[in-house]
Each structure stands twice: as C-alpha cells, then as structure tokens.
Design a protein around this ligand. Structure first.
Ligand SMILES: [Zn+2]
Length: 121
C-alpha cells in the first residue's frame, strides 16, 4: 500500500528514496510523487517543504512565481521555517512510507559526509 497525502485535492504518493546527497527531497508534479531522501535526518521538515511546493503548484502559483528566479524557493523556505519556529512541524510523519527500492540499513542519515549538505529540492 502506498502512502499518500492529499494536497489541495490531489493525491500525492510519498516515498523514501535514495537521492543525491545534496538533495533533501523533490516533488514530481507531473506524476504526483514526493520523494524524501532517506539518508537525511530532516525527513519531516523536507516533507513539509515539499507539501508547500505542491500546494503552490496545485494552486497555480508556481506558474506566477516562476517568473522570478528563486522566488518560490525563498517563499517555501520562509513558510517552512515559520512552521518550524512555531513548533507546528511534528516529530514524526503520520504516515508509513514506502521506499523506492530495498534500502541498505547501514546507509542511513547522519554520516559525516552529509553534514555540509544544505539545499532542499
Ligand atoms: Zn524547495
């Protein structure tokens, strides 16, 4: 069974995936799939971040914001940070997540090589 989240009326699949180390997550708007990098320790924040992107997309705002380089990402980060400082981001996701493929349990978040990563999708 796939984990799904309804974002402004559309069901998105939510998956844990092995993504490039510089990515916390991304959202495939065409196929309605949110992918979260299982090697990161900020999976809940990334989920919230990607939900905000999806909400902007579903509302049609992505198209407008896309006319100014970097504006959508700045807005998404501000909202995500505001939710975090207001303690509105839960400790754990209220979802059982599927994986993109069988994951190696030894290859988890928190390795030193991940420490300098910062961008989010
Ligand atoms: Zn982003």
């Amino acid at each position: 069974m796939n984990a799904k989240a309804n974002i402004l009326g559309r069901d998105y699949e939510i998956k844990l995936c092995k993504l490039p180390k510089t990515l916390h997550g991304d959202t495939d708007m065409d196929n309605g799939v949110v992918r979260l990098n299982y090697r990161k320790d900020s999976i809940v924040e990334t989920f919230v971040h990607e939900v905000i992107h999806a909400a902007l997309y579903e509302s049609g705002l992505t198209h407008i914001l896309g006319q100014t380089e970097g504006l959508e990402e700045a807005i998404v980060r501000a909202i995500e940070h505001g939710l975090k400082t207001a303690n509105l981001i839960p400790e754990e996701l209220p979802l059982e997540l599927d994986t993109c493929f069988p994951l190696d349990p030894d290859d988890r978040a928190g390795s030193p090589e991940d420490a300098s990563d910062h961008p989010q999708g």
